[in-house]
Design a protein around this ligand. Structure first.
Ligand SMILES: O=C(O)c1ccccc1NCC(=O)[C@H](O)[C@H](O)COP(=O)(O)O
Length: 267
């Protein structure tokens, strides 16, 4: 990873803090993972859009920080039909923590993806999750980290943004690939990114469309383009564009999170 000059300043700062974070003081963890591909397929089989709902207290592109208990947020998402959860563990720019993930995974029975900027093997051992995000652009030894994640029982979800990164992910042995519609160089979101990369992926890969899915029509568009899973954060956490109209939003933030999730899982 040597292109921090080409990244949005917020992303370069995220990477600096990921590099500086200490490694856990223990050996390799072992995980008995809940299957993410199976959970997504089960959702589709019973008529729900396969949503991976993200517990994302804040981000560089969000105003303010959600103060609700992360476990309550996660349970509200599952109640709304989420097939799986994504939980931020990045503390400095997303308000996440490994402890949030540990508590959420204990409280729900759906698969939980660890959302962070994992750069080296020891960082895998910070907390047990069912799946772990590895960002192709930022990981120097992608094959090594995919293998290290698999050895521990984690399901690696390798994030790409273009066809070249998709090839690198497949060469590294990725079986679950996320195509991020958010360009981390400029932080702009464009759903055409998924549409241009998805046709290049083999059929046996589980493909996840990430970022920028704000409304049910976006969710349908991504599924039509080949998405097996939909990673959705902001539209569930704040629901600005998920709600059809502001009158349908109530005063209870957790009910709104459930309702935002439900609208998207019913897409
Ligand atoms: O979300 C951000 O502002 C962000 C900024 C810099 C790097 C990464 C960022 N997001 C990471 C994500 O992948 C999203 O949280 C996830 O795909 C959900 O996206 P969205 O539904 O658009 O909140």
């Amino acid at each position: 990873m040597n292109d921090s000059d080409e990244l949005a300043p917020a992303v370069a700062a995220i990477l600096r803090s990921a590099e500086a974070r200490g490694d856990p003081d223990r050996g390799p963890v072992s995980v008995d993972a809940r299957s993410l591909p199976a959970a997504l397929a089960d959702a589709e089989a019973d008529g729900r859009a396969p949503v991976i709902a993200e517990v994302k207290p804040t981000s560089p592109t969000t105003e303010g920080t959600r103060e609700e208990d992360p476990v309550a947020l996660a349970e509200a998402m599952v109640e709304g039909g989420a097939a799986a959860l994504s939980v931020l563990t990045e503390p400095d720019h997303f308000g996440g923590s490994p402890e949030n993930l540990r508590r959420i995974r204990e409280a729900v029975d759906v698969p939980v993806l660890r959302k962070d900027f994992v750069l080296r093997e020891a960082q895998l051992d910070t907390v047990r999750a069912d799946a772990v995000l590895l960002i192709a652009r930022f990981v120097d030894d992608l094959s090594g980290l995919v293998a290290a994640a698999n050895e521990r029982g984690f399901q690696p979800l390798v994030e790409v943004h273009d066809r070249e990164e998709l090839r690198a992910a497949l060469d590294a042995g990725a079986e679950i690939v996320g195509v991020n519609n958010r360009d981390l160089a400029r932080l702009e979101v464009d759903l055409e990114t998924f549409e241009s990369v998805a046709p290049e992926a083999p059929d046996d890969v589980t493909l996840v469309a990430e970022s920028g899915i704000g409304a049910p029509a976006d969710a349908r568009r991504m599924v039509e383009a080949g998405a097996d899973g939909l990673l959705i954060g902001s539209a569930i956490m704040d629901g600005v564009s998920a709600a059809d109209d502001s009158e349908s939003r109530g005063d209870d933030p957790l009910s709104n999170v459930t309702e935002n999730t439900r609208r998207l899982t019913r897409a």
